[in-house]
Design a protein around this ligand. Structure first.
Ligand code: TXA
Ligand code: MG
Length: 314
């Protein structure tokens, strides 16, 4: 298949209406979109990514009115999150409507919903006319794409179209909050921090390791955010040499083949996944990543670094 690259949301939406799958930019990372109500297109999303069928997709809406097409109810605490954070980098897990195809939710009775704020994403979603499923537009297991070139690198010839935009502003995937219980539970850290969530719903819980969260957030079972190189969290005073790279806020010791010093935690978050990909292109074997304070986006960044640093398993 020839993958068409365009910056016109109308052309991109045409491929969706014809049953195709289309990558598009959002404020977090690029997504791989298909019409929620087209089960054949939804299956193509899993195939193109090589995504395990037990990892559910999140649904993207263009306006809050579309929530009613997707979920059974919006409980009061979820309503407060919608008011404050839609549109934005927050995904809410809610009880799903029976109209949502089973393949989307991997058989769960819940569905993740997000309303992006990115202008081109909004134009694209409006042109498509119905809610869209969209996982990150990478091959399963690789770092999420923050540029259209990274999408092309993974999915050229596997998808109908790429809607080309700028490098994504946040660079890490959305915050995911489970709103199906009495108290909201933070399942995946993102640009909307736990502190900020608690400003709106003070009794929001953090995911507790060892609880039933694997059942609640199936994506956490799967290997994520991984470059081919080994990842180590540290200040980079040792470990330098050919085949080694460093990214962080402070200049490391001498001898790294590739070094990126970021001027803020926000820039570090924005650059991380592209840096991982650049390391892969150069055949880097070890990446040393400087730690950051775990507040705001720093908590999400440390979460991604720890996942990338995990040894490969299952
Ligand atoms: O920022 C983002 O969220 C990007 C952009 C494209 O919107 N999308 C994204 O999708 O990161 P994906 O599929 O790569 O990650 C969605 C995460 C996965 O970990 C998945 O397991 C989890 O959300 N998830 C989806 N539906 C869920 C549900 N019903 N219950 C619990 N977790 C769910
Ligand atoms: Mg993903």
């Amino acid at each position: 298949m020839n993958t068409v690259i365009t910056d016109d949301p109308q052309i991109a939406a045409g491929f969706v209406r014809a049953g195709g799958i289309v990558a598009f930019p959002t404020e977090t990372v690029y997504g791989l979109g298909a019409d929620l109500f087209d089960p054949a297109a939804v299956r193509k999303v899993f195939e193109a990514k090589g995504r395990p069928a037990d990892n559910p997709l999140i649904v993207h809406i263009e306006n809050p009115g579309q929530l009613a097409e997707v979920v059974l109810e919006v409980p009061p605490h979820a309503g407060r999150f919608v008011e404050r954070f839609f549109p934005g980098p927050l995904t809410l897990v809610l009880k799903r409507s029976s109209r949502v195809p089973d393949a989307v939710t991997a058989g769960l009775d819940t569905v993740g919903v997000r309303m992006p704020s990115h202008e081109l994403a909004r134009k694209f979603l409006a042109a498509c006319g119905s809610p869209m499923v969209a996982p990150s537009a990478n091959l399963s297991g690789r770092p999420s794409p923050t540029t259209w070139q990274a999408v092309l690198e993974d999915l050229d010839g596997r998808i109908e179209c790429i809607l080309k935009g700028e490098r994504t502003a946040i660079g890490l995937e959305s915050t995911v909050v489970d709103c199906t219980g009495e108290r909201p539970v933070l399942l995946r850290k993102g640009a909307v921090s736990l502190e900020t969530l608690r400003e709106v719903v003070p009794d929001t819980l953090e995911r507790t390791p060892g609880s039933d969260d694997l059942a609640k957030s199936p994506g956490l079972r799967h290997r994520h955010y991984s470059p081919k190189a080994g990842v180590v969290i540290g200040e980079g005073v040792s470990g330098a040499g050919p085949g080694a790279a460093f990214i962080g806020l402070r200049r490391p010791g001498e001898g790294f083949e590739l070094v990126k010093v970021c001027s803020s935690v926000g820039e570090y978050a924005r650059e991380l996944f592209e840096f991982f990909r650049e390391c892969d292109r150069r055949g880097i074997e070890m990446i040393v990543c400087g730690p950051v304070p775990e507040t705001g986006i720093g908590a999400a960044l440390m979460d991604r670094l720890r996942r990338a640093a995990e040894p490969v398993s299952g």
